[in-house]
Design a protein around this ligand. Structure first.
Ligand code: F6R
Length: 236
């Protein structure tokens, strides 16, 4: 695992993605939430000003809230369109179906789709304050595949800022599993701010353990953690 500490993580993240695209990558794995927003803004800028093209690239999202249709303002399908993919020339953007009548079948179908499109060339990741990646909350199996998960109260509190009230934050999500995520050729995790410092310390320097799902990056053959000094502040 490589750890890069820089004032502007989004520039390093954008370099990783741009290099992969220019090197022929055909599948990008996208995270939502606040952490990758600056990276997406920088990639949109490079697309507009430097001609970085995503033509021929498809994208797969990590996760989706159960019960939110892709038109819902807080659905991750909508979030990624509004904040990234509608502003570039990328191909199809796939996301787990949060409205599926049968979540087990939908999860299996999503893993099969990733298998057909993949391997994902670069999977962008954020990290939850409790160490989750995707929505693999602590104690998730390290080999898990896409499936339905219950959010912890902590994660629902962290994400309440996107909703009108805590009660509106869905209880369940459909998320790529840790095994699914680790099928990607490269993992690039971005985190900023002191609020992520404990999770980063556990992920980078703690034991490889389901207690901190992001510690799985220690095991992956090509994982890069790109953080600012505040997120790095609890590293030894
Ligand atoms: C979202 C996702 C989550 C977030 C994490 C951090 O698609 O997979 O793991 O990356 O909850 O969220 P932010 O960046 O909003 O702090």
């Amino acid at each position: 695992m490589e750890v890069v500490i820089v004032d502007r993580p989004e520039l390093v993240m954008a370099d990783i993605i741009a290099e992969a695209i220019e090197g022929g990558a055909s599948t990008l794995g996208l995270a939502t939430g606040s952490s990758p927003l600056a990276t997406y803004t920088e990639l949109i800028r490079r697309h507009r000003e430097n001609g970085l093209s995503f033509a021929g690239v498809d994208a797969v999202l990590l996760d989706e809230y159960v019960g939110l249709p892709p038109t819902h303002p807080e659905s991750y399908a909508r979030f990624i369109r509004d904040n990234f993919t509608d502003h570039i020339d990328i191909g199809t953007v796939h996301s787990p179906d949060g409205m599926a009548p049968d979540f087990k079948a939908a999860a299996e179908a999503y893993d099969a789709l990733i298998g057909r499109l993949g391997p994902v060339d670069v999977q962008i990741l954020g990290i939850g304050s409790n160490g989750h990646i995707g929505f693999n909350e602590p104690s998730s199996s390290l080999t898990s595949r896409t499936r339905i998960k219950t959010l912890t109260e902590k994660t629902r509190q962290d994400n309440a800022r996107f909703f009108d009230s805590f009660d509106e934050v869905p209880m369940h999500v459909i998320t790529q599993g840790l095994g699914t995520i680790c099928d990607a050729e490269r993992l690039a995790l971005v985190a900023t701010g002191e609020g992520k410092a404990d999770a980063i310390a556990a992920a980078v320097e703690g034991p490889l353990s389901a207690s901190c799902p992001a510690s799985i990056l220690q095991w992956h053959r090509h994982a890069t953690v790109v953080i600012d000094p505040a997120a790095a502040s609890k590293l030894a």
